[in-house]
Ligand binder design. Structure first.
Ligand code: UDP
Ligand code: MG
Length: 325
């Protein structure tokens, strides 16, 4: 990352078992970027692929001085891949793009136009999304709505990887777990201005989607964490205390109900199992959520204090040399 190597643009492509797709996206992307008349680099992040993705990347890195590949030791997930791309990028503007041809590289100039207009983050909006309704579009509709209302960042489409960032913003965002979908919210937190641009979307032709239904639950827990970090992380008592107060209130309330049932209806206090059960569930739930949030803070302290990366790089392929890590 020497300073004389600085570029105008870095395009980061997380790639996990996308052998057919990257062969097609590379020339397409290259012709778009050449047309921009800017200096650029394309950074493929090979997220532990087990197909021929690595072989292809090795070849293009040898042939093309504008291409670099960061090769992970194993699959660390799309968020880690994006995070590595941000770390290795040298461009003033960083663009992220899916490897699977669902995004169109030709939309890049439209994103850049908005960056030139002064926005720090430009997010793609897949207006006419070509994914299955039940497994993808419906959950994503709900999650977009939830993220918008939880974080206060009003975007139509958080899940679109096609985004452009000013370098200062991208490099200042720490990503964990599956947080890449919350980058706009995290960016707002560091004071970035954000806008949306409509982009094209295509169905996936080759290879398989890496996500299924389980993403929904995981996404919701991530959303809780983001909300917590955005608002409460500097004063945890506000959230833990609130749970505590609610719990005490419920305990008090159920105590009164119990006494009334005993005095008025002569119902035996010990003979009402559902009451105990619901109190128990509530307390256990509150405990779990609080513990989870505490865990998030601890994990951040752990990562940030030791500067531990969320991924491990096996090698970096470049035109000049193969850099072993
Ligand atoms: N991806 C990755 N690591 C993973 C999962 C996905 O690098 O563990 C990449 C994948 O190769 C693709 C992008 O992230 O370029 C989006 O993944 P996918 O197309 O499976 O997501 P979907 O479009 O189905 O939401
Ligand atoms: Mg896809």
């Amino acid at each position: 990352m020497e300073s004389e190597n600085l570029k105008d643009l870095s395009v980061v492509i997380p790639s996990f078992n996308e052998e057919e797709n990257i062969k097609l996206i590379y020339p397409k992307l290259k012709s778009t970027l050449e047309g921009l008349k800017k200096s650029y680099e394309i950074i493929f992040v090979d997220d532990g692929s087990t197909d021929k993705t690595y072989d292809f990347l090795r070849k293009i890195c040898q042939d093309d001085k504008n291409v670099e590949a960061v090769v992970f030791r194993r699959n660390f997930g799309q968020t880690a891949a994006i995070s590595a791309g941000f770390d290795y990028a040298e461009g003033d503007v960083i663009i992220t793009l899916d490897a699977d041809l669902q995004n169109d590289p030709e939309d890049i100039p439209f994103l850049l136009k908005k960056i030139d207009d002064g926005f720090d983050v430009v997010s793609g909006w897949r207006m006419n999304r070509k994914d299955p309704l039940i497994t993808k579009r419906l959950p994503s509709y709900i999650s977009n709505w939830l993220i918008s209302s939880f974080t206060g960042v009003k975007l139509h489409d958080y899940g679109c990887t096609l985004k452009a960032y000013k370098k200062e913003v991208a490099k200042n965002i720490k990503l964990y777990g599956e947080m890449h979908r919350f980058i706009p919210a995290l960016a707002k937190w560091v004071g970035a201005s954000i806008c949306e641009v409509k982009v094209k979307h295509f169905p996936r032709k080759y290879g398989k989607s890496k996500y299924g239904f389980s993403r929904i639950g995981r996404g919701f827990l991530d959303l809780l964490t983001v909300k917590f970090l955005l608002i409460f992380s500097t004063r945890p008592i506000q959230i833990f205390g609130r749970f505590g107060l609610i719990s005490i209130f419920l305990g008090f309330f159920s105590g009164i109900v119990l006494i009334i049932m005993k005095i008025v209806h002569k119902v035996d206090m010990t003979g009402n199992p559902f009451l105990y059960l619901s109190i128990l569930f509530f307390l256990v739930g509150a405990q779990f959520i609080s513990m989870g949030l505490l865990g998030e803070i601890i994990s951040r302290t752990y990562h940030e204090s030791q500067n531990k990366p969320v991924y491990f790089v096996k090698e970096v392929l470049t035109h000049k040399k193969k850099v072993k890590q």
